[in-house]
Design a binder for this molecule. Structure first.
Ligand SMILES: Cc1cc2nc3c(=O)[nH]c(=O)nc-3n(C[C@H](O)[C@H](O)[C@H](O)COP(=O)(O)OP(=O)(O)OC[C@H]3O[C@@H](n4cnc5c(N)ncnc54)[C@H](O)[C@@H]3O)c2cc1C
Ligand code: SF4
Length: 500
């Protein structure tokens, strides 16, 4: 085993870890030794092929299909230099004031998060895509929402030189999406922060981590040789993403009382909804995500967003098999798509645990209120599809494969709860939040409002695990804002006399 020593070790390089690394860059410049240990590889440009099955297997943990314990939901999160920011779509929203108020974390206010989010919006080139570059999938959604008098807004996105290939969730092949792999990590590295890829942290010990570097199958070789490494650090910042951060902390048997570790996980359970138009609608040209409808956020607790998924993902998102399924897939260029997301309440029993091998097990129950939100979201999406001119809508909670246009006045009768059964309907989640929530003390949380783990002053959490409840919008910008706070606190502690 190789022994190493650093001032700060950051575990994970996604929205949280990449941000912390970049914010600590001035310390690295002035001599502090800082390392980011990332489980995934750093891909070469030519390895972003845009091919669905190949890229899903390379870029995601378990190909993007991590199953919850009951098998009712799949979870998608990235594993690469840049974490899930390599595969996210780059929609960039600032958390709403009422959401932060609902979190009720003393010392955490909306103005502070908004100020920090604005910094990353500027850094990541966040802007609105001009009308002429928006595709028909997006315009149909927007115009239908407006005709229905439902609130619809344009997503700001973080792209530079976007060529509209629609492949964002497979890793942008055009280097346009401004994730931490394009912006924050390169800045950190040029200041002297070391990023070690193919390096999985197995356990955290007292002011040290045990890591294993795997031989390289893709991308650039790791800066460290394959094998085991014990790395001493004055501060450790865990940014492995909600699921892996919790699993790592749980298997480390930390000497602190953390009774809620892993608990209160939220996921924004989501459905990919599909409808067929009588003609091609160019859904796969242009940036996939330009609009969202938050008209039902308060009343029904769901969001609707434009989206475009790839053939395998689309096929698996539709219920049923056989001729109608095949017929719809064959008309892929006529499909309009909407992603619906339930705004799920945080519940103690929705939790990340570990199995005997120390690997994560996500125990998440799709509760009645969440299923009702998804049911209402399907009905609303079906109205949008028909308003936009679709000839048939595949609504998973129906007895039939699709609702025909002639039946569009009967949506509420046809889309019913009876058919929305976990396991029957394909539900997925990509916004995993909580498990190491911020709060006042160990009885209700894992860290304080600065991400410091209760009782372990050298250990921080700096990622999506910090959310006390869900973000109620797409979360990455808020994760960066929270990570920015964590980095500020680490900087202050490291710069204090004695550096503790
Ligand atoms: C397909 C998809 C689309 C999305 N689109 C959007 C969007 O448009 N807008 C938005 O706001 N959000 C979006 N999100 C969500 C957003 O990307 C995530 O919420 C965010 O990236 C999470 O940040 P994080 O730092 O917590 O974790 P991640 O970004 O997932 O990074 C965690 C990193 O830690 C590494 N790691 C884990 N465990 C270890 C370990 N033990 N040792 C070493 N390394 C480890 C992982 O390999 C990973 O690279 C999307 C997510 C997905 C999957
Ligand atoms: S749509 Fe733009 S950001 Fe997305 S993959 Fe294509 S070029 Fe990249």
């Amino acid at each position: 085993m190789t022994e190493r020593e650093y001032d700060v070790v950051i575990i994970g390089s996604g929205a949280g870890g990449g941000t912390v690394a970049k914010e600590l860059a001035p310390l690295a410049k002035s001599g502090a030794r800082i390392a980011v240990l990332e489980w995934g590889p750093r891909f070469r440009e030519e390895e972003f092929t845009g091919r669905e099955i190949e890229m899903a297997a390379r870029l995601y943990h378990e190909g993007g299909g991590v199953l919850t314990k009951d098998g009712a939901m799949t979870l998608a999160f990235g594993k690469a230099y840049g974490g899930s920011t390599v595969v996210y779509t780059g929609t960039s929203l600032v958390v709403r004031p009422d959401t932060v108020a609902r979190w009720g974390v003393k010392g955490l206010d909306h103005a502070d998060l908004a100020r920090r989010s604005a910094k990353y919006m500027a850094e990541n080139n966040v802007h609105l895509i001009p009308e002429e570059d928006q595709n028909e999938n997006n315009r149909l959604f927007r115009d239908a929402c407006r005709r229905l008098s439902w609130r619809v807004e344009q997503f700001p996105v973080n792209v530079k030189g976007c060529r509209g290939s629609g492949l964002c969730n497979l890793g942008c092949p055009n280097a346009a999406k401004q994730g931490t792999h394009r912006v924050q990590l390169p800045q950190a590295e040029s200041a002297g922060v070391e990023v070690i890829t193919n390096c999985k942290v197995e356990r955290i010990e007292d002011r040290a981590v045990l890591a294993r570097v795997a031989p390289c199958r893709f991308g650039f070789p790791s800066a460290w040789e394959p094998g085991e490494h014990r790395v001493k650090a004055r501060f450790v910042v865990v940014c492995g993403g909600a699921v892996n951060t919790c699993a790592l902390l749980l298997r480390s048997n930390l000497p602190a009382r953390l009774p809620v570790l892993g608990k209160w996980l939220t996921t924004h359970p989501a459905l990919i909804l599909v409808a067929e138009h009588p003609r091609p609608i160019t859904n796969f040209h242009g940036h996939p995500k330009s609009y969202y409808c938050d008209h039902f956020t308060e009343s029904r607790r769901f969001l609707l967003e434009t989206c475009m998924y790839f053939p395998f993902m689309t096929a698996k998102s539709m219920c049923g098999f056989g001729a109608p399924h095949e017929a719809m897939m064959r008309r892929f260029d006529r499909l309009q798509m909407i992603l619906s997301l339930a705004i799920d309440p945080a519940r103690e029993h929705n939790a990340v645990g570990i199995n005997a091998a120390g690997e994560p097990v996500v125990d998440y129950t799709l509760a009645d209120d969440v299923l009702n939100s998804l049911l209402e979201s399907m009905r609303a999406a079906a109205r949008i599809f028909f308003e936009a001119g679709a000839v048939r809508v595949h609504a998973p909670a129906t007895e039939r494969f699709a609702i025909e246009r002639a039946d569009r006045e009967r949506i509420d009768d046809l889309v019913v709860r009876k058919w929305l059964r976990p396991g029957r309907v394909s539900i997925s989640a990509a916004h995993l939040m909580g498990g190491a929530r911020m709060g006042a003390g160990p009885d209700d949380s894992v860290t304080n409002e600065w991400g410091e783990v209760h009782g372990l002053p050298w250990l921080f959490v700096g990622d999506s695990a910090l959310f006390p409840r869900c973000a109620e919008i797409n979360p990455y910008l808020t994760i960066m804002a929270l990570a920015d706070r964590v980095a500020e606190r680490v900087t202050r502690r490291l710069s204090a006399p004695g550096g503790r």
